[in-house]
Design a protein around this ligand. Structure first.
Ligand code: ADP
Length: 171
């Protein structure tokens, strides 16, 4: 039976940390759906359509290399409902540190209450990308710092476009 995974996140922007989780999740499933969460009142830096376009581009090599079908979509409601809509039996989440652990396990357990048939699989962040957080990438970019170590080129371009020229320091 083909196994589908659902990996939800903001991906605002997608980082090498997310890509590490995506590449490793692709070893566990036959099809991977990446859900870009768009929630009312929580507007991100990069528009959802642009996040999708970047995710599609940067995950293409993983799909080609592994043969796993990777689909990128948005979702606005409950993660478990989105997972079910895409016939996913597993939800994928990444764990960087103890605060991720506390939050993610709690959320995973509540999701298990809502949808006992869907299993959340937690992948521990890889050492090389463990420190990367989209929120910090955005802070660094806003202050004109170099983010090339943390996110792929297409995501850098999306961040730059979203921040616009005015965000760059003039000195
Ligand atoms: P959210 O707004 O849902 O936290 P994110 O895009 O920040 O969305 O993260 C989505 C998922 O990816 C979460 O499970 C998060 O813990 C995981 N994640 C984020 N950054 C990393 C990283 N550097 N390494 C491993 N997992 C990560």
């Amino acid at each position: 039976m083909a196994r589908t995974g659902f990996y939800p996140g903001s991906f605002d922007p997608v980082t090498y940390g997310h890509l590490d989780i995506i590449a490793r999740a692709a070893r566990l499933v036959d099809k991977l759906v990446l859900g870009v969460g768009v929630h009312h009142g929580k507007q991100g830096l990069i528009a959802a359509e642009a996040r999708i376009a970047v995710l599609e581009t940067v995950t293409r090599p993983i799909a080609e290399h592994t043969g796993v079908k990777i689909v990128v979509t948005t979702f606005g409601g409950l993660t478990v409902e989105a997972a079910r809509k895409h016939h996913a039996g597993v939800i994928i989440r990444g764990l960087r540190d103890a605060s991720d652990f506390d939050y993610e396990v709690q959320m995973g357990q509540m999701n298990a209450g809502l949808a006992p048939d869907i299993e959340t699989v937690f992948l521990a962040a890889s050492p090389a990308t463990r420190m990367i957080a989209s929120s910090l990438v955005k802070q660094i970019a806003r202050m004109g710092g170099d983010i090339t170590l943390f996110i792929p080129k297409e995501a850098q371009e999306a961040v730059a476009a979203a921040l616009g020229e005015t965000a760059k320091p003039s000195h």
